[in-house]
Design a protein around this ligand. Sequence first.
Ligand SMILES: CC(C)(COP(=O)(O)OP(=O)(O)OC[C@H]1O[C@@H](n2cnc3c(N)ncnc32)[C@H](O)[C@@H]1OP(=O)(O)O)[C@@H](O)C(=O)NCCC(=O)NCCS
Length: 159
Amino acid sequence: MSKKENQNSPANNYTIENFSEHHLPDVLKIESASNITPWSQEIFLKTLQSRSISFVIISEEKVIAFCIANTVLDECHLQNIVVIEELRGKGIGTFMLNILFKRAKLSDLHTVLLEVRESNKRARKFYQDNGFEELSVRKNYYKTKKGRENAVIMRLEVV
Ligand SMILES: CC(C)(COP(=O)(O)OP(=O)(O)OC[C@H]1O[C@@H](n2cnc3c(N)ncnc32)[C@H](O)[C@@H]1OP(=O)(O)O)[C@@H](O)C(=O)NCCC(=O)NCCS
């Protein structure tokens, strides 16, 4: 796969780049503004050591969205996907999922799996609208401010 590829987004011209260390400052900023328990730099770096098919979306030289995914045997694990708040609901998330499905297929991966907080209704709807089905619940998987909450495991077969 080429290191850098250009594709049209639904609304604009965005650049897609494979996620790498130099994106970290932007990615960490977006992550800390978006997640209750944000990933640390170390966690992001660790994802680069595994078989990563992660990428970022760039607009005007800034990261506006990222998708962190790696491969485990013949499965693609979608670990983290975020769009900056002011650009949500404009199709960029769906655009990224379609890129991910294409990348998964090119790597001969036929299943995409993910975990999402049970309380994250918007993300669950977003995944369902994009073809994911809810498989099971992992009890008390995530930390919250007050305690813990369940993870919903979702799956999509890439065709
Ligand atoms: C979930 C997320 C990646 C979706 O990206 P997006 O660019 O907003 O997605 P799209 O525009 O392609 O699709 C939006 C759809 O998802 C839903 N949605 C999810 N989060 C939304 C948000 N914050 N604002 C608007 N719509 C949102 C809407 O119902 C919308 O459905 P519609 O197309 O019927 O209007 C993005 O909202 C986000 O970064 N959320 C915060 C981080 C997060 O929860 N990540 C998932 C962790 S598992």
